[in-house]
Ligand binder design. Structure first.
Ligand code: NI
Length: 135
């Protein structure tokens, strides 16, 4: 019997979407206000889900205390109140779109989750815009 368990988390962070090899006009055309040279912030909502068999001994798919701590240490402490472009190494040469942030989060967490379980990351950049990545 497989089941999905999820933990919600939150961080806010600043970013700028742009390509250095494009003109300001082209950046604005593609990224709109998100290309603002002085950065802007989002309140990101994160849902991390682990899918797999229930351990018959504990009744857990994953211990939520462990998942909570993992998200705090590996994601919130790294991304919260940061300028993603400047302060988070993964985005040095990678546009910090919701898509790319979700993939970075998944890649950070994956090695820490039992290989037998599936991992899914849902990231809300705004209450209406969200992306899902499961590897
Ligand atoms: Ni933005």
């Amino acid at each position: 019997m497989k089941i999905k368990v999820s933990r919600k988390a939150h961080f806010n962070a600043a970013h700028r979407l742009y390509r250095a090899d494009w003109s300001d006009e082209k950046n604005f055309e593609i990224f709109g206000k998100c290309s603002n040279a002085n950065y802007h912030g989002h309140n990101y909502e994160l849902i991390v889900s682990v899918y797999g068999e229930i351990d018959p001994e504990t009744g857990f798919v994953i211990d939520m205390k462990v998942l909570k701590k993992l998200i705090q240490e590996k994601i919130e402490n790294v991304l919260d109140h940061k300028n993603l472009n400047i302060e988070v190494s993964q985005f040095k040469d990678l546009n910090p779109t919701a898509e790319n942030i979700a993939v970075v989060i998944w890649n950070i967490l994956r090695p820490h989750i039992n290989k037998a379980k599936d991992l899914e990351v849902v990231l809300y950049e705004t209450p209406r815009n969200f992306v899902t990545y499961s590897g």
